[in-house]
Design a protein around this ligand. Structure first.
Ligand SMILES: O=C(O)c1ccc(O)c(O)c1
Ligand SMILES: [Mg+2]
Length: 598
């Protein structure tokens, strides 16, 4: 199927929008009137530019407040419309979108609406244009797709059809089965948008919070299946009004948009992508840092040993149990200090995992970072984190280990079993993209996102996991682009005895993040503890949570650069990440930062 995107979904000038849409691989665009009005290009220039870029102009929009008005008003509307039809002829656009009227002058009279839309369609046909009538969810008298279709059916005009917009339909909770009652050839256009499930005024919801399919809570794929069942063969077009996209670079937004459509097409059986290869474990986490010393001290106190070093690069491998951490002091290092730069994912089929990622527009990284290195399939996530797909067939001696020579020291054995989860801070404008990427590209399951109060902002967190919980990534983001964030990335290490692990860490010279006594007083009110248990937690800064499945105990190290560690004990199948404790943890980190200036 052809794919299209409305220029309103992308930021910048019309030229920038068109370039971004073409580069991301869209077949066409909907040109939003305001984008044309603000452009120095003539309609003929726009037409040529689109043709040069291989873009069809699938729709011109919107035309507003046309139908069901007194005759004198309609005559003025028709004059206005004729003017726009002439413009469309110059643009080479053959379909115009007419939204259901919001005008106070409009009357609740379907026969009049049908009659006037029919006369509009007559004028359109004279200019070689067709009219697609869309019910705005907040239309004055017409606000549902079935109502708009009844009017179009009554008009019975060959140049008049309906435009279905998933937002207007799904935001009202109207059933979508009725779509199949519309003949496919009378659906002139299909616009797709998702949205988070919010209880708010529908116009505000539509104008500010729409997002790409798969990034919100609507069943967009279910709707598309009904539309395809009618025989509709026009484009799948994204029309997303979103405050964040308006501020983000058009290029990446367009890629995000195309990825969303590819996944949607796959879901409805209209695209065959290489299937998902779900990772089965975390092979390693790679930290880059300008100065290995603070990290080495921290890892040492946590019980890790440096078991190997890279043969060609300044990269050390630190191991304990199945937790493997690379510390890289090479040229990829940026000034802001230590950060989590790469993740090795164990995969049953690394090449196939990379093929899917590439098909879904993830940048593919060079297979060998140096001539002598073992080849590794790798792609970049939206935030730039490098994801390496590592064969999981030889866990005792994985292929990537060949690039490392042993130091002679065995892995640490101080109670850390492996990596429980990784928390990756996302750029503010890429949070929804990141969740869809990890779900669609890696085949991970996305949990609900949770908002956590930070003393100086808000943190949003969404976990993506494999079914067995062997790979858990918590994607986090601050609430605003300017957030002065302590939302550093972190590596959570799994242990069966967090009290022992925390004690060992402190005895080895580590300093756990201190937690205020008030927190433990509250815990005492909420749960029952054995004698002395809470005192131990207070002493070691251990936080406590419970869900329907089990218990979670966890504590934190101080932050080095942009990275800290967490020690985690999950009992009885606890599924979360201690979100209830996150405000206290964030406040404690702010407090430490205020003291140390770090
Ligand atoms: O918000 C609006 O006014 C508006 C305009 C055109 C559309 O296609 C639409 O879905 C909404
Ligand atoms: Mg629309």
């Amino acid at each position: 199927m052809r794919t299209s995107i409305a220029t309103v979904s992308l930021s910048g000038s019309l030229t920038e929008k068109l370039d971004a849409a073409a580069r991301a691989g869209f077949d066409g665009v909907e040109i939003f009137e305001n984008d044309l009005l603000a452009s120095p290009l003539t309609p003929e220039d726009v037409r040529t530019r689109c043709a040069d870029l291989g873009l069809r102009i699938d729709l011109y929009q919107p035309m507003r407040d046309i139908e069901a008005v007194p005759e004198a008003e309609f005559a003025r509307n028709l004059r206005r419309a004729r003017h726009k039809f002439e413009l469309m002829r110059r643009l080479g656009a053959d379909t115009v979108l007419v939204c259901s009227s919001v005008s106070p002058q409009a009357v609740d009279d379907d026969a009049l609406a049908a009659e006037q839309l029919s006369r509009l369609a007559d004028a359109a046909r004279e200019s070689g244009v067709r009219v697609a009538y869309e019910a705005l969810a907040w239309g004055r008298h017409v606000s549902t797709y079935d109502h708009a279709w009844r009017i179009v059916e009554t008009a019975g005009h060959p140049a008049l059809g309906t435009c279905l917009d998933s937002f207007h339909i799904l935001s009202r909770g109207t059933g979508t089965q009725g779509i199949e009652d519309i003949p496919g050839e009378k659906i002139f256009f299909l616009q797709l948008a998702d949205a988070p499930l919010l209880a708010m005024d529908v116009l505000q919801w539509s104008r500010h919070y729409r997002c790409f399919p798969g990034q919100g809570g609507f069943d967009v794929a279910g709707l598309v299946r009904h539309v395809l069942a009618t025989g509709y063969d026009g484009p799948l077009s994204l029309e997303v009004f979103n405050d964040v996209f308006r501020q983000s670079e058009a290029g990446p937004t367009a890629v995000d948009a195309r990825r969303s459509l590819l996944l949607l097409q796959e879901e409805v059986g209209e695209a065959s992508l290489p299937g998902p290869v779900v990772p089965t474990g975390v092979a390693f986490a790679e930290l880059v840092t300008p100065d290995a010393e603070p990290l080495a001290a921290l890892l040492g106190a946590l019980g890790f040993t440096r078991t190997a070093r890279h043969r060609g690069k300044p990269v050390g491998l630190w191991e304990q149990g199945d937790a493997r951490i690379l510390v890289n002091t090479g040229p990829a290092v940026r000034r802001e200090g230590a950060r989590l730069a790469a993740i090795g994912l164990e995969s049953p089929d690394p090449a196939a995992a990379a093929r899917r990622a590439e098909a879904l527009l993830a940048p593919v990284l060079p297979r060998r970072r140096a001539p002598q290195d073992a080849p590794l399939d790798a792609v970049a996530a939206p935030d730039g984190t490098e994801l390496f797909f590592c064969a999981d067939d030889r866990p005792e001696r994985p292929g990537w280990r060949a690039d490392f020579e042993d130091t002679g020291r065995p892995p640490g054995q101080e109670g850390i079993r492996g990596i429980d989860h990784l928390a990756l801070t996302q750029p503010w404008h890429q949070f929804d993209e990141a969740a869809l990427f990890h779900r669609g590209v890696l085949g991970l399951h996305a949990q609900e996102s949770v908002d956590v109060a930070d003393p100086y902002g808000l943190m949003r967190s969404r976990a993506v996991t494999d079914p067995g919980g062997s790979v858990r990534i918590a994607l986090t983001v601050g609430a605003a682009p300017t957030d002065d964030t302590v939302h550093a990335q972190h590596i959570a290490l799994a242990t069966d005895d967090v009290v022992a692990a925390a004690r060992r860490f402190r005895d080895a010279g580590g300093s756990p993040l201190p937690v205020p006594a008030n927190y433990y007083d509250d815990l005492a009110a909420r749960f029952e503890f054995a004698d002395g248990e809470l005192e131990t937690y207070l002493d070691l800064g251990i936080l406590y949570d419970r869900d329907a499945h089990g218990v979670f105990r966890h504590c934190y190290t101080r932050t080095v650069g942009r990275v800290f560690f967490e020690l985690v004990q999950r009992d009885g199948g606890y599924r979360g990440y201690g979100a209830a404790n996150a405000p206290v943890r964030l406040a404690a980190q702010h407090a430490v930062r205020a003291l140390t200036g770090g």
